[in-house]
Write a protein that binds this ligand. Sequence first.
Ligand SMILES: Cc1ncc(COP(=O)(O)O)c(C=O)c1O
Length: 1003
Amino acid sequence: MDHLDGLPRPDVDIAWAERIAASEFGVAGAARELGSQQDRNFLIDERTTPGRKFLLKVNNPVFARAEIDAQNAVMATLAAAGLTVPEPQPSLDGGLVASVLIDGVPHDVRLLSFVPGEPLIDSEHLSDRAAAQLGDLAGRVSRALSGIEHPGLDRWLQWDLRNAQQVVAELVRFVDDPPRRAVIEEAVAEASARLQRVAADLRVQAVHADLTDDNVVVSRDESGSPIIDGVIDFGDSSLGWRVAELAVACSPVFHHSPSRPLAVLPVIAAFDAVQPLTDAEIDALWPLMVLRGAVLVVSGAQQVAIDPGNDYASSADEREWRMLAVPAGFDADIATAAIRRRLGRPMPPRTDLAAGLGIGRMIDASAVEIVDLGYSSRELRDGAWLDDPEGEENRVLAIAAAEAGTVAATRFAEARLTRSAVNDREAPRNVALALDVALPGGSTLVAPFDGELKPFGDSVLLVGSVDPSAVSSTISPPAVSDLSVLVSVLISGIADPVFGPVARGEAIGVSAARLRVWLATGEIRSAPPRFVPLEELDGWESRFLDPAPLLGSGRPTRRPRPDSARELARRDAAYDPLQEHYYSAPPQIERGWREHLIDVDGRHYLDMVNNVATLGHGHPRIAEVAADQWRMLNTNSRFHYSAVTELSERLLATLPAEARAAGTGLDTVLLVNSGTEAVDLALRLTKAFSGRDDVLCLSESYHGWSLASDAVSTSVSDNPIADETRAPWVHVTPTPNAFRGAHRGSGAGAAYSAEAIAQLRTLAEAGTPIGTFIAEPRQGNAGAIEVPGGYFAAVWDEVRRGGGVVICDEVQVGYGRQGDVFWGFQQHTDPEGRILVPDVITVAKAMGNGHPLGAVITRREIVDALAAQGSFFSSAGGSTLSSRIGVAVLEIMEDEALQANAARIGSHLRTRLEGLAERHPMIGAVHGRGLYMGAELVRDRTTLEPAPAETVAICERFRELGVIVQPTGDRQNILKVKPPLCISQDSADFFVDTLDEILRAGW
Ligand SMILES: Cc1ncc(COP(=O)(O)O)c(C=O)c1O
């Protein structure tokens, strides 16, 4: 065996490197040492051409010249194939390699062009996209190298996975920790045995052999996401197994976040798309990843032992351990099956397989009721599944068993709601591999096939064979031989088991009131999981089957998983895409509970955007009110019923005393179905009252979609051609943004209002005096931007003195959301400190908690002006049902103190977000208050250059980590923070901690 004694790096320093770069290659520059395990690498920054960099590589003298030449040939091959690789530079005497004496020993030295970028290892988070790029790169390298031959490639290297078992056996003694040594030895023995079965069929070719995250160079796209575009370090180029190139590239995935075993699937799929894998290579892949991890760990331990000063080697310790521990801790058969499915290779049929095997019943029941514990369960209610999963499952089973009079069972492969958690960054481990069965205690259980009953921990295991001829002929040959021989049932909840051989139909024991059963092909050897993450199901299903036949049922218990992508295509076909949806591949959300949204896989997302569901999702009292009122009556307000009065009175009662002053106060309500309708109606009222058509509004605003409300909506992110298509009666004044607008800081209110006042005067002088000024009390659409002090006082005063009136659009930011006040206008005062009261308020969204409900609150004299043009009627506005719901929302807000919660959690959120801003310069500002906030993301705190691409990417990453949050504002660089008002402090912290994690680990 060569080189296994360890290779101390050549003993040279920076001054030497600078000298050699100049004397051998004619490059004068400053040197800096870069890491290497066995060589010495120096970065040379050329003095004469700033920015031009080279890598001076001093090879370990154990490597022969032919090996160095081979590396150069590999680089040239990859460069010709269009890959970004270093280019060897000629030395002063014309060759690509110079020979230099160090301590009297000749060393090969090369100067390579420097591939700019950062190593992938610096990106802690590795997205699926980046993982796929890594696989694609490895595939392209492998394809390009498949044709190259060079004598210097035929070498013995400890990194060649063909030598892995031998290398580990030799070097494992350097691992100090005995338990770790045991893990390594066991993992390597198992992986080597697996590999043995296919090794003869593995193709050998030239390989880079070290396509790790250290040797892959990335640049960044506009959003800051990595683009993998370069390969460096050809020191391990050699002959090796083609599939080992991929195994090596997969390995680093295990130490990045997320560190899930199957996070490597995108790497493998992308490689296979370029360099298709054979069946033998697929079978070899997982064991090779284990071996790669083991070789890294033992070699690292050896390197530290012989070269204690090598920080590069010792800092890799824990990382390398994960590269072994993650794949070694995951079942290789399951992993291989998951890989096959991902690559679209033939797999055994699944759901109907158990029935096809001719397995008999185990339970004697005339009927079995199958319960629903997934997202669509109507029996799981009011979030109880989060408090007591097992208890809730048992309750649902018991009800079903009682109803059916006999037996009830759960579903195989169901993503259970009960096994999900809120505020979890990982997808839940909630897909059931076992069935839970409720049955009369004391029932006799019979053997479903001939076999032997054995003890298995607290459970029993029946292992037997079934008739392979019953298996459908569509199963591919290797699968048949796997499946045909052995089947096992693992049963827990059995008393008086009859151990030993049993024939089909013979009693095997007596059941408790609850049974849990797994059915598997092959013998179950270690305790199987009850639940697995959805990502792993494809793999686990290669071994575990739907135990439906044991229940005596020909019907699978398994229900097809909703095909969300197909649903989305159906949506796009039938429901016009003009009505956009969040995300390009959105989760299918079919349920909600409080501040959480739940998808069809039971995953709970924290909902940071739903200011409509102000009480939270799935509120039981609203559900009861709606059901009750539907049974009683639902009609329109031309009929006389009390609910419409009660809602109107309650709305008026929410106004502060100043707004209700007798004679001049807001005293009347009109009910509609949405914010748009409220704004549209408000504009009709103010135009009629003022007798003027012209309206002044703020830039960056949104007020609705109808002709009139859209005309005063100025946001270019909602309508990119808003500026060019403006109606002549609409006039726009800049939104008073004191953070990034034309006027900033303490004088901003006065400066912006002076501008607006000048505009009002110009319009009046031009013969088009405005009749209406419309604005939100805080610029919600613009990103929760505060309207600076004094602005409204001055502008409203000018509007009114000119004969106009003021609409305050509270649709988005009002109704208790800001915490300290119920209405946004209450935050604005005149110079004497009196609250500024608008002439018209528009409100919707929160008013109905998602039920279509909106209102205009104004003065009777303003409405009277419209009376001349006829009465106002909305078929569903203020209906019996809507009014009841509107009243219930106000009652619940009060009973659950939601406005106070908005104040409390809002101030906590602000403090925490401001704390984050101290650590993450990308957070340029935190706007807003209560539960209407915006975190503004910038590329530069001085120029305030917005970060829109980053904001989108961060929102995508939030979704992966279980948080729904969206960009807002004309620059789309503000994270809008407007969750249901019932949000808990834990959830608020989860949001902030997740943002912290994203900004730290990348996206
Ligand atoms: C300030 C403001 N006004 C009006 C509307 C329109 O409300 P709706 O969507 O209920 O028609 C919105 C909607 O986002 C809004 O934010």
